[in-house]
Write a protein that binds this ligand. Sequence first.
Ligand SMILES: [Zn+2]
Length: 82
Amino acid sequence: MANPMRSFKRLLAMVAHTDEVEYSCEQAHRVLDEYADCVMRGEDVTAMLPLVHKHLEMCPDCREEYEALMRIVRSGPLHPAR
Ligand SMILES: [Zn+2]
């Protein structure tokens, strides 16, 4: 007979674990341009890329990186004018 309590606990552990997942700097860097893109499109990055958002709030290094990226994106040389 299966033990429903055990699988329930495992599910809880999984959910709790997922909640605690945080991006490393490397992972944040990998999606930083995508994140900046979403910000530029006015999309809700806190909903779309919550882990990146969280990381940027905690990590001054990556935030600096992000702000430098945003300056480049805003000045627009990488984006073809339409
Ligand atoms: Zn970082």
